[in-house]
Design a protein. Sequence first.
Length: 79
Amino acid sequence: MIPPPETIRVTHRRIACDGTGNGLPAALGHPRVFLEIDEHGYVDCGYCDRRFILAGGPADGVDQATLPDISSGASGETS
């Protein structure tokens, strides 16, 4: 498996991703989607492949290259 291009530790199970950050302007991002971290402790954005890891959760501190993609946590909501 290939590790995710970017991992972000978060403290809440429900998060939003729009693909921006690290100097990337909104015009180069993607529609905002809301993601829900489940019992695995992480979720991947279906647009930009960022992985959001719940701090203190089961995936925190694990080699991310060993974990499968979980993008099914997307709620389908956009804003």
